[in-house]
Design a binder for this molecule. Structure first.
Ligand code: AHR
Length: 342
């Protein structure tokens, strides 16, 4: 007879001698605790609203009720903390390691250690560099370069629709954490658009994806340049900080750059505050970055346990948000992406 416990075991462990299998009880024997799948998750930190929503998604998915024992580690935006966390996961012999790498470089040694310990590593959100390509099982996350292309194309179309000469666009870039996939992809797209459309890129500096740094960097830019009319913020929190800095200087944020407003562009769109800022016209365009990766990672784990090889790379579909309806969609490589007015 198949007991409830056995059913649990089949559901959560798949077949073979995968970790988490439970032994069969003899009559009268104490029922052992339901065996859980152990997942060690090394998170980047808590630098942004996006990140907090992402952490919540992972914690909700990998709960004991769902059959998991999640060992969560906050890397506080330091790669060394993440490396230490992975080594601890290896020592604890977790079933799976999930890593959101803060930057792309520098993972070879520790990922080799995980491979040698036979623990599958699933990357989420950001990526590692090409040298470590064979050292992880699979990745799920955003196409950061595409996000950047969408926002830049939106600006290009906005200029056309509003008869703004591209040579009058004076833009500053508040970059994310240097070397992080989200920074690399979004920065690459901006630079390409600057070359293609002839905008003036006045300056670039990292705001480390935080509101405080975003404000600090924007204040500095405003003291240095008196002709900024667009700020490209590589996430929403930097945009909130930039808005604070612009308003503190007695300037106005908004899309009407012909009449002195400073246009704010951003990425994420995952918090109510960001959507509200778009509705109010404080942020002109957001390239969505979706943080709800918990169920996606769980699907990968379930597939692995069922002997199904997941795709090596899984990109998430994402939207574009703008309160301005002068651009209805943007075209990239022949594909039209609609712009959503929230
Ligand atoms: O890697 C995703 C980025 O990291 C998000 O855009 C940002 O908000 C977060 O900190």
């Amino acid at each position: 007879m198949i007991t409830v416990l056995t059913v649990f075991s089949i559901i959560f462990t798949g077949c073979g001698n995968a970790p988490g299998n439970s032994a069969v009880n003899k009559p009268g024997e104490a029922v052992p605790e339901k065996s859980l799948i152990t997942v060690g998750f090394s998170q980047v930190g808590a630098e942004s609203d996006w990140r907090n929503i992402n952490t919540e998604s992972m914690k909700q998915t990998f709960s004991p009720e769902n059959g998991y024992d999640l060992i969560y580690d906050d890397g506080q935006q330091k790669q060394q903390n993440q490396i230490t966390a992975i080594r601890t996961f290896i020592q604890k012999e977790v079933d799976y390691i999930v890593l959101a790498p803060v930057i792309e470089d520098g993972w070879n040694t520790v990922l080799t250690e995980a491979r040698d310990a036979d623990i599958p590593v699933i990357l989420v959100d950001r990526m590692v560099n090409d040298e470590a390509r064979d050292l992880f099982t699979c990745w799920v996350g955003s196409d950061f370069e595409l996000e950047g292309r969408k926002v830049c194309e939106w600006l290009n179309e906005y200029c056309k629709a509003n008869h703004i000469n591209p040579s009058n666009i004076n833009i500053v870039n508040i970059k994310g954490t240097e070397g992080a996939s989200a920074e690399l992809g979004r920065t690459k797209s901006l630079r390409a658009a600057v070359n293609e459309y002839g905008w003036n890129l006045l300056d670039e500096r990292s705001g480390d994806f935080t509101q405080a740094k975003g404000r600090e960097v924007m204040s500095r830019f405003l003291r240095q340049y008196d002709n900024i009319n667009v700020v490209y913020c590589e996430n929403d929190n930097e945009a909130f900080g930039a808005i604070e800095a612009i308003e503190a200087e007695g300037k106005t944020v908004g899309s009407d750059i012909r009449h002195g407003e400073i246009m704010v562009l951003a990425f994420d769109g995952s918090s109510d505050q960001a959507v509200e800022a778009v509705r109010k016209g404080q942020i002109s365009c957001i390239g969505e970055c979706n943080p709800l990766h918990g169920p996606r990672v769980e699907k990968i784990i379930k597939n692995l346990r069922n002997g199904i090889t997941p795709d090596k790379y899984e990109y998430v579909d994402e939207d574009i948000f703008s309160a301005d309806d002068s651009v209805r969609n943007v075209k990239i490589d022949g594909e039209a992406y609609p712009v959503t007015v929230p």
